[in-house]
Ligand binder design. Structure first.
Ligand SMILES: [Zn+2]
Length: 406
């Protein structure tokens, strides 16, 4: 009995000693790292003989630190916004115009960068939602419903009307493609539409288009909007697809349309997307085909994208600038957005009188003489409140959790 206790004690002591050695070792490694880093920061000419000797002695640490620095520089470069100068931009757009004219089946992929001119911030740009939330700043919802289709949205709609663009795949939830009067069958809103709520109890799924952001109470895995289907009484849900969710709704996501378009495409034009999310959707890129049989990629984005190396042409410019030059080259007039022709007003289902309190978000003002879609005036609060849930902070919490765990 006593012997057993003795061996127990001694093995415990051994374990402790081992742990202590490990801790000391780690501490000494850390010291070396700090020392080497300090020496490396000095210009070579200012290093003393001793310091130079430290670098020679710890070659592996020097290598590791240099590798880390290179990785940091690459990361930083990827986040930088780059602008082509005016001449370069013009010549690149000329190339793009030729591609658009010659394409048999041009498909457009769009991201938040096409809506920044409508004062909807993008996600990863210097003033993007993620960037702001990461700095601990709040994001205001006041501009969301005031946003209108941008010049880029109107150009895309026009190019589709002229039969130059066959399909548009968007990761934006702001509903601006729909509001530019691009036909539904030519549009896939892969991450949903903030103006659309649906009843999945009805068959087929029943859609309710609203004149306000329906997502104020929804978040990751919680899609109920609090309103009910006027046909079956089932709870309505938003159509937003958050990070980590699989979008299964047929509309407005229209995956079928997106996949078919990608299959037929000979040219893909990516506008204002970091492509970090879109690149994960294999069916959009025909990656199962040999490189020479894949659609030709044209990318317009200020920042680096993971598809840059595969692109025929990368244009560093603002979408509105590029599209305006492109329409010039193609000799096509850019239509102005006209609120009176915004299809959302004819698509929208007015709220029932008892539902009027269910929405505190700002309502899109209809053009004059079509006021019957609006909830009672005076029921809305000022739209300047900070956005908590909904499509806007989509995925942010998850990204942060991941970071903490790492
Ligand atoms: Zn229903």
């Amino acid at each position: 009995m006593a012997e057993e206790t003795d061996t127990g004690v001694s093995s415990r002591l051994e374990r402790k000693a081992l742990q202590k050695t490990k801790i000391m070792q780690r501490e000494s490694e850390r010291k070396i790292f700090r020392l080497v880093r300090r020496v490396l920061k000095k210009p070579e000419a200012e290093r003393s003989v001793d310091e130079a000797a430290v670098l020679l002695l710890h070659k592996e640490t020097v290598e590791e630190l240099c590798k880390r620095q290179v990785r940091r520089n690459v990361l930083k470069r990827k986040q930088d916004e780059v602008f082509d100068d005016a001449e370069e931009l013009k010549s690149k757009v000329r190339q793009l115009a030729v591609a658009v004219k010659q394409a048999k089946h041009l498909v457009v992929y769009t991201g938040a960068g096409i809506s920044t001119a409508a004062s909807i911030p993008d996600y990863r740009g210097p003033n993007g939602v993620w960037t702001q939330l990461q700095k601990g700043q709040t994001v205001s919802s006041s501009d969301l419903s005031k946003a209108e289709p941008t010049l880029t949205h109107m150009c895309i709609k026009m190019l589709h009307k002229e039969d130059l663009v066959k399909h548009v795949v968007s990761q934006n939830c702001d509903g601006l493609h729909l509001r530019s009067d691009l036909p539904r069958q030519a549009l896939s809103e892969l991450h949903g539409n903030m103006f659309i709520e649906v009843c999945t109890s009805c068959s087929p799924v029943r859609e309710y288009v609203r004149l306000f952001d329906v997502t104020e109470r929804t978040s990751l895995h919680r899609h109920g909007t609090g309103r009910r289907c006027s046909h079956c009484g089932g709870e309505l849900r938003d159509t937003i697809v958050h990070f980590g969710e699989r979008g299964t709704l047929e509309q407005p996501l229209n995956w079928k349309g997106a996949a078919e378009a990608a299959k037929m495409a000979d040219v893909i034009l990516c506008l204002g997307s970091s492509l970090k999310v879109l690149k994960k959707y294999a069916c959009l890129w025909a990656m199962n085909r040999p490189a020479s049989k894949r659609p030709k990629l044209y990318i317009v984005n200020l920042q680096w994208t993971p598809k840059d190396d595969l692109a025929v042409l990368k244009i560093h410019g603002k979408c509105d600038d590029v599209m305006s030059l492109l329409m010039d080259e193609l000799n096509i007039q850019i239509p102005a957005y006209d609120r009176a022709k915004d299809p959302i007003f004819s698509l929208a289902t007015p709220l029932q009188p008892e539902e009027v309190d269910s929405c505190t978000r700002e309502v899109i003002a209809p053009p004059n003489g079509q006021e019957d879609c609006l909830p009672e005036p005076g029921e809305q609060t000022e739209g300047a409140t900070a956005v908590q849930g909904g499509w806007f902070g989509r995925g942010y919490g998850k990204g942060r959790k991941k970071k903490k765990a790492a």
